[in-house]
Design a protein. Sequence first.
Length: 299
Amino acid sequence: MTPRPETRTAPSPQPESGGGLAFAFRHCEELVRDGDPDRYLATLFAPAAVRPHLFALSAFSLTVARVREAAGNPMAGEIRLQWWRDALQGEARGDVRANPVAAGLEDAIVTRRLGRQPFVDLIDARVFDLYDDPMPRVNDLEGYCGETAAALIRLSALVLADGAEPGGAAAAGHAGVAYGITGLLRALPWHARQGQVYLPGDLLRKNGVTREDVVSGRGGPGLVRACAELRALARQHLASYEAARSTIAPAARAAFLPTALVEPYLAAMERAGYDPLNTAVEIARWRKIWRLWRAARRG
């Protein structure tokens, strides 16, 4: 899970203009480059032949993640998400291929023989984004990250394996939860300003923090403790992922490369002066590339 950027807004999908799939894949790549730079950089380390489909998967995930912002209200968001369900299940009205992200995704699903249910499950998980209710419990947060970030890793591994079993299902689960929690912690300032609280309610209560504390920007020591506990949870999943790395087929390991950025992001949150509600957590682009390159060589 990558935080929403503070500045650039990716262009809305436009109908195909005679370019067919080439146009769709180019659009998906540009969308990911501008809206999810970490996944974009990681995808560049994958074989060139599979990158268009990997970008299509990431573009779909990013588009669905932005439905709340694009729709403006929950009902409109529900309608947009239902359109994606219908598109995946062949029930959408009109030519789905007029949407370049849908066109690229459909080609990835058919060509790489991907199941459609994980995409539907990802959409269903994103319904939570449309409303202002806090995440109820820690295990709900883990489940949310499993159906979003972990599912994207698993699907990317299937693309890379080109029909073969990529292994590493448990590794994908742990990697996705670690990556997802880290991304949500990075995005905490932006989400709080929008009235969204992904921090689990049971964890907030344990540390004497309310939803109103978070969205009003009050924060305080209790929020600092809660965020520290979530960083510890992310590291637990990161360790479990490392323990399961040997189960991943070599051809599929590029799908896990974004996980290489988890630890430096977590470390950045532990520097002096870090404020969960006001500090932008970022690492230099050259450091990202170096970490990804090292992880790719290790893989």
